[in-house]
Design a protein around this ligand. Sequence first.
Ligand SMILES: [Zn+2]
Length: 225
Amino acid sequence: MFLVSWLCLALAGWFVWRWLRRSPDKNPMEQGFPGLTLAVLAAIGLAAYWPTFRADRAAHRAGIAASVLLGERVGYTCGSQLGTFIDRNTDFAFGYVRWGPDGPEKHSKLRHETCGGLVDFLADLHLRGDAAARQAKVIGVHVVSHEARHMAGEMSEARAECQALQRNAPLARALGASEAVARELALAYWQEFYPRMGPAYASSDCRQGGPLDENLPGSPWNLAR
Ligand SMILES: [Zn+2]
């Protein structure tokens, strides 16, 4: 939809250019300022840009929240719908952190769908909605948490995943959610979604008292009590 905004801008520019180059010989009634056309193009352009604007704002908020938790500046960007298919680097992942010779970049790219869930979560800071909406919100926040662990230097998917799920509650809090909603989100991921993850992500070591337990107060098993 971002392309539509650019197309509207280009068309508006063309109409203005045409008006500026109007002929003095012609009837002025036929060469009036194209105000209505520009207003329509502005309305279409802004409506098309709105989802991109919301996604960018959500990514920015995620960056601030994750930076607070990590104690260093990290950032996120949201991929476009089209980018899901043309951005080969992200390999259709929900989120992606590029690694350089000096370690991970302090920047993560989030897939379009991930950002959709994040945007919806930030809109009401609640998990209400149907099952699909709830799932999208939980996954959206969790992927932000997961990519933050890669940016912190964790390469292993299973370890990053376990570290992330132990930080989902504080991340949700940093995003502005209430204590109750943050707890609900952390428990939902751990109890409903983590058991469905494949062996590359889920580990039997990720449990209370297990080798990957960091004994954080926000861990889902500590919140479950
Ligand atoms: Zn990962």
